[in-house]
Ligand binder design. Sequence first.
Ligand code: SF4
Ligand code: SF4
Length: 349
Amino acid sequence: MNNLERLTFYYLAGRLFIPLPRYLIYNPTLRCDLACRHCGIWEAEKQKELAPVDLKKIIQRKFFRKIDTAWLTGGEPSMRKDLKELAAVFRDSLPGMRVLGIASNGFATERILARLEEILSELDPTRQGLFVHLSLDGIGEVEDRIRGRVGAFAALSETVKGINGLKKRYPARKIELGFNCVIQKQNVDQLEEIRKFAQDQGSSLTFNMVEITDQYYCNQDRAGELALDQAEKEQVIIFLKRLIPQSGAALSYQYRRMLAVLSGQKRDRRCLSLYSTLAIDADGSWIPCPLCSEWKRVNFISDPPEIFWKSKEAMELRQRVERELCPECMLSCSLGDSLSVPEFLRGGF
Ligand code: SF4
Ligand code: SF4
């Protein structure tokens, strides 16, 4: 998609037409081998997980023909022993897929590296790249504390080395490593160190603020422990102000938005993720967005996505999320579609 198409998509989606999704997010499992303070997924009731054949039934529909980027998230996706088969389903079902991404906690180094190689062996080397995003919420003991496991940071560092080794072993393959950091009480003093760690790896890094919600992250019961006090917010604001001029258009927009919300203002642009992204949970149900509570009603095993996507019900839900949740949301979803005209023209995506 070029910039003009992207602009058209951004301004007209949901106003004049409902576009087909371009991003697919799939949680192959909600199991996880870590126990992060800011996330309750690891202790939530486990869901039935779609077998590769069931996933195929869903995503081989024509409805998914525009998907160019697919992500495996979770939970910890590498806990699925059949990730290789799932990768093959993605390859065979999504003719336009250029990138298969995997978001991992980086903890079980050997298992993760083995799964990455398996995925790589299934992707078409002529047209499909592999993106790996590792969670990096602290350096040393801070990471261990946040993840609830002694040795988490050491393991993550080994995984990073292993992925860099993978890139060297497959020089002709497109393999990218990036990091995600959830800003929270435990790491507000370390944000600069975290930034430096990613920079030293030559890898991208996206900061998000911890979101407290009884939905996807299931952490509402720890709200008191997780909410930043005013002094911590000020610290984050100072850090973001330094970060913005060093960041590309999409991230600088994300950080300006975080700044606005932290300062008591509202998000100033639409989030297109409810139009551009289809997220499927481990059991096949729709996740409209991580903050939305009404995501258990539709399961794509029985409800055809192409009918639901354009339904009045889905449209009303999008409008409600936009009205009630988006103004104060600091998550970095759908960033590339939320840029202003000058940012698009600067090639900011
Ligand atoms: S944030 Fe990720 S790594 Fe941590 S418990 Fe949740 S799913 Fe697991
Ligand atoms: S901005 Fe936040 S609340 Fe709105 S759709 Fe995106 S993730 Fe959901």
